[in-house]
Design a protein around this ligand. Structure first.
Ligand code: 4AD
Ligand code: MG
Length: 476
């Protein structure tokens, strides 16, 4: 007999059917009721066993966490909460989980505790919900771009260029660090390294995506990116996944339109396809909020938050306008902001949150940042001091998307490389596209984990990626 997945079994409600199910025991009550979960759905299947039919040893082995196989008949459920249940004919324990050692007990564990048990935490309702949603969001992104006529492009993970110029890269080498080849200048001879030069893990696939867009028209990348930022925040990972679309013959407005449409479509898709998981997380958040001081509780529930970003259009303002709003704000006047608000400095998370959560109460797209605080590839505006950049700020998240129209003018780009001390030999291929059939083009980067945070309501980025990589943490 082939196994039936619990999701299917609960949806089909095929009373009278003989089925085989597999899964992990969540709870076993009164030697009679097993709550069984196989990961296909947040819902558990109630399995009813008659204690007399099972040996004493078998009854003892059916413990929380053990893997079992049950053959039985689908019957209408007597209890509330489910329409059907499984009347067991036979139960086999496939893999025991010793109750004294298995760390996940049928009670609420803290997220911090579960982070230490990342090898098992996907067996909890919360994390299985998060990772099913993560899957749906990933699928929805591919579907969105495919439907819009984009081509997926695999950009390289090992690279010799620093796209963002932030110098936060992880070196890739095959040299023996305890026996490095030295050059005559007393420095490591990089020419003896695997690629004959210094290489790193990529911080962005954008530069390569631009090459793709200038041939295929519309491309996107969806891959892992790496940043050796030593920032231990709830929104930063050393390894995260980024989606980077790039469009030829498009300007900054087209770029913002695309980003808004993508976010609306993807979040809408997840809402439609993960209703059970979202309902669970919504309920969980409401429970958690009860234990929090009023000021820290969510003003509106998870599902409403998703609806609000699907249905409203996002506020578009320039960086300069944002500075004005902030300098006229109450927290600024009352000196409540920790960081200064001055034209030319980057906005801090407290400023972004004020704009999004207090002032506009909806997602905000900030445009036209000072050239000095943004990357070399962004198109210089006519004022000579700002660039055609855009950041999308989301409630509770801050920066979700960063994008720009690209500098397509060869001479201007050469100047920008000089300003940023970017050696021509690192980016000669990028510069050449500005000599051969250059055209306006634009793109953006969406931090996938930050999107999953928003959709699931999880407040720490470490809880939306299966095995987070952060400073001093690369277990599992
Ligand atoms: O703003 P960023 O640095 O932009 C780029 O990398 C551009 N090359 C994108 C482009 O135009 N193609 O990063 C883009 C997004 C951020 O808005 C944020 O959501 C996410 O990536 N991000 C991170 N997410 C998790 N951990 C980190 N350390 C992140 N750094 C950036
Ligand atoms: Mg950014």
């Amino acid at each position: 007999m082939k196994r039936t997945e619990i999701d299917k079994l609960l949806k089909q409600e095929a009373i009278g059917a003989q089925v085989k199910v597999n899964g992990w025991v969540r709870t076993f009550r009164n030697d009679r009721f097993i709550a069984l979960n196989d990961g296909s759905t947040i819902k558990n299947l109630q399995v009813v066993v008659s204690p007399d039919s099972l040996s004493e040893d078998l009854l003892k082995a059916i413990t929380t966490g053990s893997a079992i196989e049950v053959i039985g008949e689908v019957v209408a459920s007597q209890g509330s909460g489910q329409k059907v249940e499984l009347q067991a004919r036979s139960v086999e324990v496939l893999g025991k989980a010793h109750p004294d050692e298995f760390p996940l007990q049928p009670k609420r564990h803290s997220l911090e505790f579960l982070r230490e048990k990342a090898h098992l935490r996907m067996r909890t309702s919360t994390f299985s919900a998060v990772f099913r949603i993560r899957h749906a969001a990933s699928y929805a992104i591919h579907k969105f771009f495919h439907d819009e006529g984009f081509f997926m492009m695999h950009s390289p993970i090992i690279t010799g260029s620093d796209a963002e110029g932030a110098g936060e890269m992880f070196r890739v080498t095959h040299l023996d660090l305890n026996d490095l080849p030295m050059g005559e200048d007393g420095k490591v001879d990089d020419s003896q390294d695997f690629f004959g030069k210094v290489t790193n893990l990529t911080v962005s696939g954008q530069l390569e995506a631009e090459l793709g867009a200038l041939a295929l028209g519309k491309v996107y990348t969806f891959g892992p990116t790496f940043r050796a930022e030593n920032s231990n925040t709830s929104r930063h990972l050393a390894e995260f996944w980024m989606i980077e679309p790039e469009v030829a013959f498009a300007d900054l407005n087209d770029d913002m339109d695309l980003a808004e449409k993508m976010l609306r479509t993807v979040i809408g898709f997840v809402k439609d396809h993960c209703a059970d998981d979202l309902a669970f997380l919504d309920e969980r958040e409401k429970e958690e909020d009860k234990n929090k001081p009023l000021a820290e509780r969510h003003e509106i529930g998870l599902l409403e938050r998703l609806d609000s970003v699907i249905s409203t259009s996002y506020e578009r303002i320039t960086y300069t306008e944002a500075i004005d709003i902030l300098r006229n704000s109450n927290p600024f006047k009352k000196k409540k902001f920790k960081y200064p608000v001055e034209w030319g400095t980057d906005l801090q998370s407290e400023h972004e949150r004020y704009l999004v959560e207090k002032h506009f109460k909806k997602p905000v797209i900030l445009t036209d940042y000072p050239a000095k605080i943004k990357a070399f590839y962004m198109r210089l505006n006519d004022d000579g001091k700002t660039v055609a950049a855009m950041d999308i700020l989301f409630p509770g998240i801050g920066e979700l998307v960063g994008g720009s129209q690209r500098e397509e003018r060869y001479e201007v780009l050469m100047e920008r490389c000089k300003d940023f001390d970017i050696p021509e030999e690192h980016v000669w291929w990028y510069l050449e596209t500005r000599k051969f059939g250059t055209c306006k083009h634009a793109g953006f980067g969406l931090g996938f984990e930050r999107l999953v945070m928003f959709i699931t309501g999880m407040s720490n980025v470490r809880d939306v990626i299966p095995f987070p990589r952060t400073p001093l943490n690369a277990s599992f």
